[in-house]
Ligand binder design. Structure first.
Ligand code: IPM
Ligand code: SF4
Length: 419
């Protein structure tokens, strides 16, 4: 009986020839990532002292300060200081701060290795699946167990196959694919399952765009999201001098718990309405909703392709006077690329406020906080009550192109008219 790529990755990590959904295994971890919010400061620093006071393999632990960086107050500054000092005390050389959200840094630093098993103290560790790396979010207590043992006790998840074929029309992007997929199954539709994406519409996406899709797999409850690694992924990895890994592919006779097929050519821009990520409608049903703030950034859609798409729409135009348009590239190197190609100049000329590469605005920790009654559109992945500020503020989710078109009109707008 065939296996899915997820089953093969877990079998390899647990030194077994084969596993099947429902099996319990002890899997060896290739990369353990901690961020500043749920990393050493929570449980770990305290308890590891009683468990040997060292990590199992200093080379396999990565710590990335991204939620509180740059600090917006003394408490945040002290959290950063604690995290930085803990990394140094425990000999963790792979410590990054101020480079941007952890999932983008992991990709750019070559940790998203095809066929490997990654855990992180952030739910969007699923992003690594764009490289065929099984990445999943775990809690701080579980991370403590991984740090001292190098293993995780795992129940092999079932896989759902989502096949997207056909050519996306202009103005429709990866974000619209994942929002439409989540609409189909709901925000709990993939709970403890793997979302595997295939089809020529997925193959035609850049690696940047694939990361948007696997990033949001957790918004449907998924254990991880996976896309088979191909030449685009290997070119990305070789360009950054990263290993090619041991890529795994689903067998033709692999068993899936469910299968869904979509025609990408029929997809139109999608908008998630407040306050649920699966409350997704065609943009025509949200058009005209008044907006006070537009945010372009995050580990979901803050990459070079995303900024470039927004700049294409905003070139020579001005942001609506009511709208605060905030931009935060998902990494410092993206900023460098976007500056040298004139994209930041275009966005700034249109009226963008350029923020640091950070999680900050995405989850209302600092910068871009919404007041009561304010409404925003964002290229991020969550729109829970109070996500970006006051509990009586509203958050719509869309693609970078939808964010840019909305910023121009001051109300939810269809980006296709600008392309
Ligand atoms: C703060 C962290 C625990 C959380 C996550 O795990 O996703 C955050 O990154 C988010 O996007 O809500
Ligand atoms: S979703 Fe937002 S807060 Fe969470 S890791 Fe990504 S950028 Fe940071």
């Amino acid at each position: 009986m065939g296996m899915t790529m997820a089953e093969k990755i877990i079998a390899k990590a647990s030194n077994k020839l084969a596993v099947k959904p429902g099996d319990f295994v002890w899997a060896n971890i290739n990369t353990a990532m901690m961020d500043d919010l749920l990393g050493p400061r929570v449980v770990i620093a305290d308890q590891i002292k009683k468990l040997g006071n060292t990590v199992w393999d200093k080379e396999k632990v990565v710590i990335i300060s991204d939620h509180y960086s740059p600090a917006a107050n003394i408490t945040q500054a002290e959290i950063l200081q604690f995290t930085r000092n803990w990394a140094s005390e425990y000999g963790i050389g792979k410590y990054y701060e101020g480079l941007g959200p952890c999932h983008q840094v992991l990709a750019e630093k070559g940790f998203d290795i095809p066929g490997s098993l990654m855990v992180g103290t952030d739910s969007h560790t699923t992003t690594a699946g764009a490289f065929g790396c099984f990445g999943t979010g775990i809690g701080s207590t579980e991370m403590l167990g991984v740090l001292v043992s190098g293993q995780i006790w795992l129940r092999v998840p079932e896989s759902i196959l989502f096949t997207w074929n056909g050519k996306l029309q202009s103005g429709v992007f990866a974000k619209d694919i994942i929002l439409r997929t989540i609409k189909e199954i709901g925000q709990a539709g993939a709970t403890y399952k793997v979302m595997e994406f295939a089809g020529n519409a997925i193959e035609n996406l850049t690696v940047d765009e694939r990361m948007t899709i696997t990033n949001m797999a957790v918004e449907a409850g998924a254990k991880t999201g996976l896309i088979a690694p191909d030449e685009k992924v290997f070119a990305y990895l070789s360009a950054i001098g990263a290993q090619r890994g041991d890529p795994q592919y689903s067998d033709p006779d692999a068993i899936y718990s469910e299968r869904y097929s979509f025609d990408a050519s029929k997809l139109v821009p999608q908008i998630a309405l407040p306050h649920e990520v699966d409350k997704v409608v065609d943009v025509s049903e949200a058009e005209g909703e008044v907006i006070h703030q537009a945010y372009l950034g995050s580990c979901t859609n803050g990459r070079f392709d995303d900024l470039a798409q927004a700049a294409k729409i905003l070139k020579g135009k001005k942001v609506h006077p009511r709208v605060r348009f905030l931009v935060s590239a998902a990494s410092r190197s993206i900023y460098h690329q976007a500056i040298t190609t004139g994209i930041i100049e275009t966005l700034s000329d249109a009226g963008a406020m350029i923020l640091a590469p950070s999680c900050g605005a995405c989850l209302g920790l600092h910068s871009g906080i919404l007041a009561r009654g304010e409404r925003a559109i964002s290229s991020t992945n969550r729109n829970f009550v109070g996500r970006m500020g006051h509990k009586e503020s509203d958050l719509f989710l869309g693609s970078p192109a939808s964010v840019a078109a909305t910023a121009i009109e001051g109300k939810i707008a269809d980006p296709r008219k600008y392309l």
